[in-house]
Write a protein that binds this ligand. Sequence first.
Ligand code: FUC
Length: 798
Amino acid sequence: MKRIFLTLTLLSATLVMTAREHRLWYNQPAQTWTQALPIGNGVMGGMVFGTPAVEHIQINEETIWAGQPNQVVNPNAKAALPEVRKLIFEGKYKEAQDLANAKVMPNAIGQNMGMPYQPFGDLYIAMPGHAVYQNYERWLDLDEAKSVVRYSVDGVQYERETIAPLGGHQVIAIRLTASEKGKITFTANMTSPHENVLMGSEKLKVKSEEFATATLLGVSSKHEGLKGKVRFMGRMAVQTKGGKVSQSNGIISVEGANEATLYMTVGTNVKNYKDITGDEAQQSRERLSGAMALGYEALNALHTETYKKYYDRVKLDLGEDQFEKVPMNKRIEQFGKVTDNHLVATYFQFGRYLLISSSQPDNMNPANLQGIWNDKMFPSWDSKYTTNINLEMNYWPSEVTNLTELNEPLFKLIREISETGKQTARDMYGAEGWVLHHNTDQWRITGPVDRAQTGLWPTGSAWLCRHLWEHYLYTGDKDFLRQYYPIMLDAARFYSQTLQKHPTKGWLVVCPGESPEHGGKGRPTPLDAGVTMDNQIVTELYTNVLEAAKIIGNNDALLTTIAEQLKQLPPMQIGRWGQLQEWIDDLDDPKDDHRHFSHLYGLYPSYQISPNRTPDLWKAAKVSLEARGDVSTGWSMGWKVCSWARLLDGEHAYKLIKDQLTLTADTFLIFGATKQRGGTYPNMFDAHPPFQIDGNFGCTAGIAEMLMQSYDGFIYLLPALPAVWKDGSVKGLVARGGFEIDIDWKDGAITQAVIHSRKGGDCRIRCDKPLKGKGLKKTKEAGVYLLSTKPGGHYQLR
Ligand code: FUC
């Protein structure tokens, strides 16, 4: 009996281990970069093409950026800004814009506009005789975070497993196996698109064994007059079972091995945003030997364990996989026509996978505009950090989908720009505190870039501060709040000294500011004063600082000032067609379908607009969003999923998921010939177009928001469930207040919910359907229940 039980247990354990829940599966190699599959550990990123005859892995390392430590501030700005403000207040917007472009913007005096993130290069593995193959398949396994390629040649089955291991070893490892002994024969080499790279070779001692390594040394590019000074060294070596290994001219050859693992890494001289005195050769040696000393099995075990620690926290089941054998590109293509709920769950988990793979706690940089995956020397928008929505959107899923530690590189960036932003505040505005405009990069620039009409927007700093406060709300970590409070306070200090009294309205306003990146009807430029989004952002920062001060017991003199100023900030206004006004004047055009709908910042990510507290504004926000339309750029649609979820309209949110999961053809766009619309590439990357990762993250957060929301002191269970997700379950979403939420539902109604309380405390639950559970009390308000929890308590509701 005992033995039978043991066998059954082992069997079910094996079944659990082998059950594949989510993968991106294809039956052809990638022809293009947006068909290749991303792997990453936040430091190293790889795009695996899976071509049998010549495997191609495009390689990134997070610190390879053009240029060198750098700041951009126009010394004429301080003198010119009062005049720019005056012109705006006089309604001379065009003149204000011209003056700002001539005197305020750093590029007016030949300074650069921030540096691009650049690729390392490419790794190729050529296998002679593999041009003709059968039984081909490749996939990205989201449950185990690995890429697998499998095919056969002359009856021998070959397999390549590629990982970018988590757990502190910054390499990419490719294990090549075959169903027969002695069949692994290949040559491997690295190339780079950078100029004047040097190939080399070197012996590397790993434990007591010596390995031949091939190296590639390069330096990042000069850009907009700033010399490239990031030195990088790629390095690779191979471990084999059987066969012969040789190395010459940067090429590693393996002949007749039973099995081989190729390890590849990159070291750079970047120590931090202001120090590039590191030793790239030494770092590449250390990275490679550390991983090789462990060996593939141990490296992979550590990788899987580390990965699962994050990934397994949330499970989403929207139904069985009906299309397991349909390649992912086809599934995306047919999604608008057939119901494929499993695809939505996979897209959601892919978003979490991308954050785990591009934003690890000890990284130098947070996930950039493309995460860490970029094959272009000069990618769109430099693949840097756009802070008028894109960087923030990358981190929308981090708390709610239970990946809180992955915020760490974002918090590090905020710490660093709060240093560099002091100089910008002082030199540009003559103000204390710190400021960030609409872009930053590895060098943590904080001055305005591009044209005044997009770049002269000084509320990036305040927006980023909301991530600090929200982290506190989710975790209740007072030490964290104490550590970051000075940064929030100093961000507020900047506005406290730069807000202007509006000459006709009397309110205190940000000026110049703008509703990114467009102006109201009849305005020649976005440059303006007191736009709704700026008001909301400053309101939120001030409110959070005052709240935080109470929690940590701070009584800085500034608090009195900002409490006073808070009362003088412009309120949100409802305009002539019932819309939420985007600008201080009623300039909204009902035909405006601009991708940014910044005045709805107050609806999501913020919750200044809510159905319970501000029902009129909430209705007005709906009117605005309805008018904006659905189809747009990728990130805009991801944001709309979140926003429709906050408008408690699951059907409209789902419609946007369909719009987002529309296959984007991988063809060349002839400039001007095609109206750009967003969608999803065959590899599930979001298409702005081109690829921008924010859309993946925005939609992931939106899916979570459809299932559970938390603000106004409530936890909403299934607030925006579309009819098509009739039955399902979600486990491990996180609500503000530190509650972990599991929900099961059938026919659209909750069958069970479990609240796991991390810190104890009361929670109010809002749910349309009647709920019962131990300790759950009905309140006077219909559909609202009160639950008192203990730290570590689990509460089952039905
Ligand atoms: C903002 C957006 C663009 C793009 C860029 C990276 O400027 O308006 O659509 O996403 O960031």
